[in-house]
Design a protein around this ligand. Structure first.
Ligand SMILES: *Cc1c(COP(=O)(O)O)cnc(C)c1O
Length: 417
């Protein structure tokens, strides 16, 4: 299903979601659902050779199915599944060696920066963080040692968009740079970065791909055989592999990706427009809004936008904390991409280990709220947000009694980029 104004959706995508990963040979007894293969090891043939599988860290039937499916959904040739999204992030940076330099967009997932700061930098890999909205800033950060450019778009939680085509064009002028894009916020339904020449796509399957908040898993996809071979060795040699139960669960969740994603978008757009006109909201960040400074760009490189949005409550941390306390339908929790709506403050969750200076420079403040819009009725979500905003901001605002929420604020008052 195409969304007007965005890239036209591949009309076969839904069929791929429903059928990829399986062929008749995968499933014994004519079953239409794949079995969960628990065996950790596989019998050798009498001559001392193995068939397809040897030992489950190296590969297992349950994992192979999901790896094939991920490749297909990302428009890639190869897919690999990992024990977590962060294992996939870790695997990508394990392609680098001491002395190598990596340019990263400045507001990637807090867990990724935590991993790199605490465990990767001391291996001698050098990180530079730049505002990836501007491809020329990426270009000026590139040195002869640069071996990787790592993007997340939209970024978390500030919803900045990197121009995939422009970044790839810059990197192609510097041979030897591997481009990586964390696509978790969009899922392959709404964005397929490999089609823009990105070398490696990363997904936290935990989020939209699984969609039911009951599995932690990650994946990479690529079209490059050389990178696939290296990443596969990293995967099996490090043991960052998912177990068969999780593979089964995630595969089951993924089968409805194309049914869920348009509803996430519809709900998020509804909520974003509602918040944009709300008197107790300072500014809304949702790439699907016309007021988003990069709305035109996202329409050129995506098939739509997901259920992720952020906003600044009018006031500060005390109002935000009261707002969270008042929510009834939204659950205050990290993570995203499930069928249920979640709300969280980045300063005390996803970005709790980032420094104050860093948060200030990214404009991640105590007044910021990140929402993952689930599959509930959008009007119920708006009603919940409305009552919580009113309760949290009531005492401090002059016109707080009105329910019309019509006092539009232009969407950007007072908040610097
Ligand atoms: C959650 C998340 C990750 C990490 O995935 P896990 O499955 O939690 O390890 C990486 N990137 C983004 C954008 C995420 O939201």
């Amino acid at each position: 299903m195409s969304v007007e104004g965005y890239l036209p959706q591949d009309e076969h995508f839904a069929t791929r979601v429903v059928h990829s990963g399986l062929d008749e040979t995968c499933i014994p007894h004519g079953a239409i659902v794949p079995p969960i293969t628990l065996s950790s090891t596989y019998r050798m043939k009498p001559g001392g050779a193995w068939d397809e599988f040897v030992y489950s860290r190296l590969g297992s039937p349950s994992r192979l199915i999901i790896e094939k499916a991920i490749a297909k959904l990302e428009d890639g040739k190869y897919g690999l599944a990992f024990s977590a999204g962060l294992s996939a992030v870790k695997a990508a940076t394990m392609l680098l060696s001491a002395g190598d330099h990596i340019v990263v967009s400045d507001d990637v997932y807090g867990g990724s920066t935590t991993l790199w700061r605490h465990h990767t930098e001391r291996t001698g890999i050098v990180f530079s963080y730049v505002d990836a909205r501007n491809a020329s800033l990426i270009e000026s950060a590139i040195t002869p040692q640069t071996k990787m450019v790592y993007l997340e778009t939209p970024s978390n939680p500030t919803m900045k968009i990197a121009d995939l085509e422009a970044v790839v064009a810059v990197c192609r002028r510097h041979p030897g740079i591997i481009t990586v894009c964390d696509n978790t916020f969009m899922s392959p339904y709404f964005q397929r970065p490999l089609n823009f020449g990105i070398d490696i796509v990363i997904e936290s399957i935990t989020k939209y791909l699984n969609g039911h908040s009951d599995v932690v898993m990650g994946a990479v996809a690529t079209n490059r055989e050389d990178l696939y071979e290296r990443l596969k060795l990293i995967q099996i040699d490090s043991g960052m592999v998912p177990g068969p139960f999780d593979c089964y669960m995630a595969f089951r969740g993924m089968r409805t990706l194309h049914v869920r994603m348009p509803h996430h978008m519809r709900g998020a757009l509804h909520v974003a427009k509602f918040l944009e006109d709300h008197p107790h909201v300072e500014r809304v960040l949702y790439p699907g809004l016309e007021s988003h400074p990069q709305h035109e760009l996202v329409k050129r490189q995506a098939y739509g936008c997901s259920g992720m949005l952020s906003f600044y409550i009018r006031g500060g941390r005390p109002e935000a904390m009261e707002f969270f306390r008042q929510l009834k339908l939204f659950t205050m929790a990290g993570s995203l991409g499930g069928y249920e709506s979640l709300a969280v403050g980045p300063t005390f969750s996803t970005h709790v280990r980032n420094s104050k200076e860093e948060l200030d420079s990214l404009n991640i403040t105590g007044a910021m709220v990140r929402l993952s819009i689930g599959l509930e009725s959008p009007s119920d979500l708006c009603a919940d947000l409305d009552q919580a905003l009113r309760a949290a901001c009531a005492e401090r605002s002059e016109g707080g009694g009105s329910t019309s929420a019509a006092a539009g604020n232009g969407g950007s008052a007072g908040v610097a980029e």
